[in-house]
Design a protein around this ligand. Structure first.
Ligand code: PLP
Length: 424
């Protein structure tokens, strides 16, 4: 067996909020489009028309999952494109309004765009969250003004799984005629979404979070809402997104949407039960740890747990030796010790900020995999705590800072991220 194959078969994949495995049915559905039906769906001849029919079916499947009309669906390349297209379109349709409201815990696809928009002269309000990651709707109400063009709020947070009250936010902003964009990249297939009864004007999803391949997404734009395309060129997607359609991936997304609808109940029963088993198992066998986020109002597949006195990335490195994939929930891309902006916004103590791990399950997660994690985690945490320079510190922040400034971090901690990548 090759090394790559061994890695694949021995892997326990609990990082499904980062990306998901392509469902076998999805692969099967898209294969003929790669192999046989390679025509351009815009071509006049029937070899192209045949391909266009596949695109039509996929659009209907995605619309069906969202309770939308097929004409309201635009295929994109990813969630980030959808977020950028929606926000830019909302602003372009109201050139006299220069205020945007979003939250401090959005994905960088929204946050970094908002920072860019500030440089372009827009005013942005970043709503705060409390210790459980929840918004204060009074803060939202107080920040509304006649100049507000758009509110952009995620349906579910990628790091904690926290759900935001989209319907209630919609009721507040719709009274003022403000456009409403939601990033539903983590929520689609896991929480009920019905655009026919929703106040949402723009909704974004991404294929690779729901068992379709990377490089495909969709943007819902409510009928009647003015839309100016981000990508200009040909007439594809009814003039709303230029570029020859990525037909195999569009077909894959359609199939994934159909499967997501079929498996919706399972996400909320079997996957939730496994997540709860994992979480309760960890909390009951490992001292000094806590769940980050709201215990109930969150995605059924996600748990984010803070393990005090150790660095999350040191845990990840140890888990990797057992073939277990999770995430530190950290937004940092370098090996600086900058913790997650989401956990920081929640005002969590220093030791939790640095010692947090996100496990995200999927319908392919098995009970045996969860039991394996429960078996290996307690000794990993115990071992790392034994060598931790700030264990038992009265003032955790001081302990951490002392360790960082005097470079006392054990090799597995300060070096962890670099090492994790190097060892692959
Ligand atoms: N929004 C959220 C909440 C996400 O979790 C992600 C990806 O992690 C994105 C947007 C970006 O999606 P994509 O990777 O398809 O660009």
């Amino acid at each position: 067996m090759t090394n790559d194959k061994r890695l694949m078969t021995n892997t326990i994949y609990l990082d499904n909020n980062a990306t998901t495995r392509v469902a076998p049915e999805v692969l099967e559905a898209m294969s003929p489009l790669l192999r046989d039906y390679y025509g351009n769906p815009s071509s006049m001849y029937s070899f192209g028309g045949q391909v266009a029919r596949y695109v039509k079916t996929a659009r209907e499947q995605v619309a069906d999952l969202l309770g939308a009309d097929p004409t309201e669906i635009i295929f994109t390349s990813c969630g980030s494109e959808g977020d950028n297209a929606a926000i830019r379109a909302a602003l372009a349709s109201q050139p006299n309004k220069r205020h945007i409201i979003t939250t401090q815990v959005e994905h960088p696809a929204v946050l970094n765009l908002c920072k860019r928009l500030e440089k372009e002269g827009y005013r942005v309000t970043y709503l705060s969250v409390n210790g459980k990651g929840q918004l204060d709707l009074n803060e939202l109400k107080a920040s509304l003004s006649d100049d507000t063009a758009l509110i952009s709020v995620m349906v579910a947070n990628n790091e904690t799984g926290n759900l935001f009250p989209i319907e209630r936010i919609g009721q507040i902003v719709k009274k003022r005629g403000i456009l409403f964009h939601v990033d539903a990249v983590q929520a689609v297939g896991k929480v009920p979404l019905n655009m026919r009864e929703s106040p949402v004007d723009f909704l974004v999803l991404s294929g690779h979070k729901l068992h379709a391949p990377k490089g495909i997404g969709a943007l819902y734009v409510r009928k009647g809402v003015r839309f100016r395309p981000l990508i200009v060129g040909g007439h594809q997607e009814r003039g709303r997104r230029a570029g020859t359609e990525n037909v195999p991936s569009i077909v894959a997304l359609g199939k994934a949407a159909e499967l997501a609808k079929r498996h919706f109940g399972e996400e909320n029963t079997r996957v939730r039960t496994l997540r709860d088993r994992l979480e309760q198992g960890l909390l009951s066998t490992i001292p000094h740890c806590q769940v980050n986020g709201h215990p109930a109002l969150r995605l059924p597949n996600t748990t984010n747990i803070g393990f005090k006195y150790i660095e999350g990335e040191a845990i990840l490195l140890s888990l990797d030796r057992y073939g277990i994939c999770a995430s530190s929930g950290s937004a940092c891309t370098s090996d600086s010790l900058e913790p997650s902006h989401v956990l920081q916004a929640m005002g969590l103590p220093y030791s939790i900020l640095h010692g947090s791990i996100r496990f995200s399950l999927s319908r392919y997660t098995t009970e045996a995999e969860v039991e394996r994690v429960l078996e290996v985690m307690p000794p990993i945490v115990e071992k790392l705590r034994a060598i931790s320079p700030f264990k038992g510190e009265e003032d955790e922040t001081q302990g951490w800072l002392k360790a960082v400034s005097s470079q006392q971090l054990p090799v597995t901690q300060g070096e962890s991220k670099k090492q994790l990548v190097a060892e692959r």
